[in-house]
Structures are given as structure tokens and as C-alpha cells.
Write a protein that binds this ligand. Sequence first.
Ligand SMILES: Cc1cc2nc3c(=O)[nH]c(=O)nc-3n(C[C@H](O)[C@H](O)[C@H](O)COP(=O)(O)OP(=O)(O)OC[C@H]3O[C@@H](n4cnc5c(N)ncnc54)[C@H](O)[C@@H]3O)c2cc1C
Length: 380
Amino acid sequence: MTFDFTPEQIQLRKSIREFAEAEIAPHVMEWDEAQTFPLEVVKKLGKLGCMGAIFPEDLGGAGLGYIEYAIIIEELARVDGSVGIIVAAHTSLCSNHIYKMGTDEQRRRYIPQLASGEWIGCWSLTEPEAGSDAAGSRSKAVLENGHWTLNGAKTFTTNAHYADVCVAMAVTDRAAAQHGISAFIIEKGTPGFRPGKKENKLGMRASATGEVIFENCLLAPTQLLGKQNDGFVDSLKILDGGRISIAALAIGMAQGAYDAALKYSKQRKQFSRPISEFQAIQHKLVDMATELDAARLLNYRAAWMLDRGQRVTKESSMAKLFASEAAVRIANEAVQIYGGYGFIKDYPVEKFYRDVKLCTIGEGTSEIQRLVIARQLLKS
Ligand SMILES: Cc1cc2nc3c(=O)[nH]c(=O)nc-3n(C[C@H](O)[C@H](O)[C@H](O)COP(=O)(O)OP(=O)(O)OC[C@H]3O[C@@H](n4cnc5c(N)ncnc54)[C@H](O)[C@@H]3O)c2cc1C
């Protein structure tokens, strides 16, 4: 067992950190306030290989593994969680679903365009009445006269308004419940397919989250992704990897909040001493740093296992559960260390505090992670 990063992984972290600090940091608050989607940055990330990190080079990807992917998401989220979630939904949900379950033809058509950032992807599972119970989807697809007709509405889809490609789940055999849902690839411009309401959010405001609407949307049989009726079961497999990216997102934001709080605690003086000299503040920093390390170790273990082709349902859920809950605590303590200034938008920690909460909700709430982990524990 080794806990060392390779020289390439160290270099990758350095170059993504430099990119994030130069290209993202100066605009973070402006994008947050105006809810501006950072399209230009997404395109630059595509050129750097960050929009297709985990896909093979012959499909236009960077040929990296999940550890490197986690490093990329962490470093982007350390500066702006919104950029992190845009890349995460695009890569480990939409593109990876196509890569893992698609035909060779589908891979060749979509992965190079997605990996280069030329196209942006979104992944739609959640519906207004089917969140945690995603198998309760109502959107349906009917095969008639040689094509599928898709009707329904999805909600809370990340990248919905900027997506060139959408992977969406719809019921194809209602009686079969979760074994009667199929996945489809829908391209922008397909008649009957459009984004709907864009949500006004507490955090992650530069990422666009919203509805995806299908009204008599006609799809060729070639747009079915994976086997008919396997879409929900395949989605659960995709979420195993997706949860590593949400954990990385949480870790990145927690690191950003911790770094800011550590620096501030050495500069801010009260009672004629830097506040970092008070034991109460030191204990906060110690707990933050320890939880951050523990979250990283859990997540790199899951990433390491996934890179070796092992099943990570339990490990990625544990990483996501712990990292997201720890990150909420870390951001909370960062605000506390800043005192009143932590509540003010001129300082970075209030944004981490708002943004990080999403990590305990997206890709399965903490309650659902516990349910997933419990099922795995009780199996053994
Ligand atoms: C910013 C953002 C981005 C998102 N991006 C995407 C995306 O790209 N694609 C996508 O498909 N979805 C996306 N989602 C949706 C997200 O995955 C869901 O919000 C999440 O799964 C919870 O579903 P829900 O909101 O309907 O809550 P509900 O399922 O209604 O849950 C409400 C509460 O009840 C609890 N609960 C529910 N069932 C149980 C149970 N069995 N046991 C114990 N507690 C339970 C939940 O934990 C929660 O606390 C996004 C959401 C947000 C906010």
C-alpha cells in the first residue's frame, strides 16, 4: 500500500490550481451574483482535457483515472463549486453513461465531442415527483412506427440550459417498475426537446440547474442508450462513479474554506494576538484538517478501486456521505473563524457555506447514502 501521489498527479494538481486561480477566482463572486454560466471557462477546460479526463485517448479523452479526475474536481471546486459541478455532471454522469453503456457507434459520435468540451452534456434522472425514489419516474417513451416518442418533464438537471447532449431516463414498461425504465440520448435541436425553468438557487449559482421538457419528442431507435428497460439499473452503476465526483466537489470546497480560514486566523488580531493563538480556534482548525484528510482518504480509496474495475457502491457512498457532511461542518467553522466578516460577501467563506450544502443532497441525499450503505452492510 502506498499513499504517494505520482509526479504526474502532483503536476496535474498544480496546473489545475494555477488555472483555477488565474481564470476562475477573479470572477467567482460576479458569476455567483448574476448566476452567469462560465461558458468560456468550460471551453478552456475542454482544451486542457478536463471535460473528458476519464475517457481513453482514442476517443478524445485524457486517458486518466478516477484519482486524477477527483484531483481535477477538487481543484476546480476549491475555487468555485459551480465550475466543479458543471464538469462533474458533464463527465461522470452524461458522458460516462454513454461511454459505459453506449454502442461503439454512440461512443464514436458523442465521446470525442463531449471530451473536447465542444459539446456540453447533462443527465436527467430526477423528476418533480421522483427524487430519492427515482424509479418512480413518470416521463415515458413509447416505441411506435419505428421510433420512440418521449413525453414528460425532468427537474433539477445540471447544465440543462447549456447542454448539447442530454441523457434522460424514461419509463418504457410501467408494470416492470425499476426494470422498466430506459435511457435515451437526446441532442439539442431535436423537435419536442427543450430546457424549461432555470432555478434560482441558494448556492452553486453559476451552474445552471433546471427543467428538461419532452413534448412528443421523436427519437430514432439508435438514440436508445443501453438495453431497453435497463436504464434505471445502469443509472445506479453510473451513480457509483458520480458519487466520487460529489465527494471530490465537497473536499475541494472544504479545502477552499479551510485554506481561507487558516490564513485569516493568522492575520486577524483580537486581544492584541492573532486569533490563531487561541486554543478554541486551533481546535476548530485541527478538526477541519482532520476531517478533510479522512474525507480524502475515503474518496481516493473509492477512486483507486474503481480504477481497478472493482465495485464501489459501498465505498463511493461512504466517501460521498462523509465528505459532504464533513464539508458542511468545515464551511460552517470557516464562517465562525471569520466572525462577522464570514457573513459578508467581500470574503470567500460565505459562498463555500452556501455552495457546499448541495453535496449532501445531489446524487442521493445523505439519508439515501445511509440506505445504500446499510443494504451493502446487511448483504455480508
Ligand atoms: C443543484 C442541484 C443539481 C442537481 N443536479 C441533478 C442532475 O444533474 N441530474 C439529476 O437527475 N438530478 C439532479 N439533482 C437532483 C437531486 O439528485 C435530488 O434533489 C435528490 O436526489 C433528492 O431528491 P428530491 O429533491 O426530490 O428530495 P426528496 O426525495 O423529496 O427528499 C426529501 C427528504 O426526504 C428524505 N428521504 C426521501 N426518501 C427517504 C427514505 N427512503 N429514507 C429516509 N429519508 C428519505 C431525503 O433524504 C430528503 O431529506 C440536482 C439537485 C440540485 C439541488
